[in-house]
Write a new protein. Structure first.
Length: 491
């Protein structure tokens, strides 16, 4: 059987990182098995449809470099598919189920359903769902009510007795008592649009989907979907319900844990290479030891047999580690190209862009190891393009040092830059080390105040090459400004 898998997002919000993992797993499975990967936009919930969400789907796949296998499909269509353009197909097949006594028209209003739920609760229990009150309506009576224009939905006639078996690659055989399955769910809404339950079954049949890889949150719906396939006398695809992605607190990953959308990570300065590598390892492992994988590696090595049943925990620090690795691996020109927009967003490249880009290029060799995300660049290198804030003593005086001592140290340090440009960075390191000894200071007591004054941060690149890039004019000016701030305070 040829592998044909799909990514089928609903355009109701930005692409969640869990959806990204589903897309990657489907894509790598298709590539590694010589199959095909296609996209289906499941937009039948028109009340929640969002044009921007559709754009985000395409942008996310393009950013990750996920290519679609597009070609002639059922009815001469070309992928990607859009379900709202296939409504007549779903209507036809919902009617087929009605004709075969596998579905029926339901005329219950929303008020009827609310009263039903209230009655179930009043009877001493939680709501058990739809009570199937329209299930045994005479088909001729139902047809007459439909012909008169009465508002209705189509419900699937689910099995009442026995159990339904779901065969899952990852979880094995799972048996569900039919009495516990969603009772007679709506498959065609009153607006003529299908629900997920019908639409994806029809589509997976006609699109010849061989495997369905999706999150475990869909597992409770799987027996219903198997029943619908059986009602059409169609072969169901092979299911694989992927493990959940959890936050650090053991709950499903959500915004309370931090960024969760692909757009958030993209805007925060993560590289697609890092996202692909890290996200693929959430629930999949090659040999339990290897961690670094290029996209082309995964296109060859990915197999379903190496998936894990256990929930995966999302570790933001681990993602930063991956991203830092890939940032260090970038060639100089591409890294410069990617950082320029970050500097512009931070307002640091106002004026001569070419001049700023040259300085950025000169600074990157000493800053590269300080970057975990592209968005770190304005923090790490901003001192070269904008004056640091030296208006408050807490921005100048390191912890465990007092204001008067730091003021005196900075005054002495004004003489330390004589001959700075004539010495190498290593010689300047030795020079400042000797000065610290001569003044009875630890090296950090001298260099940390200088670092804060000259760069505005304790996370700047190595100090000596930073001073060389900054230039002695700006260095002496910032030093004098900081001394004046501290003097004004200790008067």
């Amino acid at each position: 059987m040829k592998t044909r898998v799909r990514y089928a997002p609903s355009p109701t919000g930005l692409q969640h990182i869990g959806g990204v993992r589903t897309a990657l797993f489907n894509y790598f499975f298709a590539k590694a098995s010589g199959g095909e990967f296609f996209l289906r936009i499941e937009d039948t919930d028109q009340s929640r449809y969002d044009d921007r969400a559709v754009e985000d789907i395409y942008e996310t796949l393009a950013w990750l470099g996920i290519e679609l296998d597009e070609g002639p499909r059922e009815g001469g269509e070309f992928g990607p598919y859009v379900q709202s353009q296939r409504v007549e197909l779903y209507k036809t097949h919902s009617q087929k189920l009605v004709n075969d006594d596998k579905a029926y028209a339901c005329f219950c209003s929303s008020e009827d359903l609310e009263r039903m739920r209230e009655q179930q609760t009043a009877d001493g229990g939680a709501s058990t769902g739809y009570d199937r009150r329209c299930r045994d309506l005479d088909p001729n009576v139902a047809a007459g009510r439909i012909a008169s224009g009465e508002k209705h939905v189509i419900r699937f006639k689910g099995a009442l007795l026995g159990e339904t078996m779901v065969n899952d690659i990852l979880l094995g055989e799972v048996a569900w008592p039919n009495k516990n399955i969603n009772p007679d769910p709506v498959i065609l809404k009153s607006d003529g649009f299908p629900t997920y339950h019908l639409a994806h079954v029809v589509d997976d049949h006609f699109m010849q989907t061989s495997h369905v890889l999706r999150g475990q949150e869909w597992l409770p719906s799987a027996p219903l979907h198997v029943q619908i396939f059986e009602a059409f006398a169609w072969q169901a695809p092979i299911y694989c319900h992927l493990s959940m992605i959890m936050g650090s607190d053991g709950h499903k990953l959500s915004k309370r844990h931090g960024s969760t959308s692909a757009q958030d990570f993209r805007l925060a300065g993560y590289l697609p290479e890092a996202i692909i590598n890290y996200i693929t390892l959430l629930g999949w492992s090659f040999d339990g030891e290897r961690e670094l994988f290029e996209k082309q590696d995964l296109e060859k090595l990915f197999t379903l047999e190496k998936l894990s049943k256990s929930p995966a925990s999302f570790d933001y620090q681990k993602l930063d580690w991956f991203n830092a690795h890939y940032l260090r691996s970038l060639d100089h020109e591409r890294l410069c190209h990617l950082i320029v927009p970050e500097m512009q967003k931070a307002g640091l490249f106002a004026g001569n862009l070419t001049e700023h880009a040259i300085l950025l290029s000169q600074a990157l060799p000493i800053a590269r190891d300080r970057l975990h995300k592209l968005s770190d660049a304005p923090i790490v290198l901003g001192f070269l393009f904008a004056e640091p804030d030296l208006s408050k003593p807490e921005l100048i005086v390191p912890k465990k040092q007092n204001t008067a001592d730091v003021c005196a140290i900075l005054e002495k340090a004004q003489t330390a830059f004589v001959g700075f440009l004539d010495r190498s960075d290593e010689q300047n390191e030795a020079h400042f080390h000797q000065l610290a000894q001569d003044w009875g200071l630890k090296l950090g007591q001298l260099l940390m105040p200088l670092r804060l004054v000259l760069t505005g941060t304790s996370a700047s690149p190595p100090l000596m090459p930073s001073i060389r890039l900054l230039g002695l004019e700006k260095t002496t000016r910032r030093l004098a400004k900081a001394i004046q701030t501290l003097k004004d305070l200790v008067k």
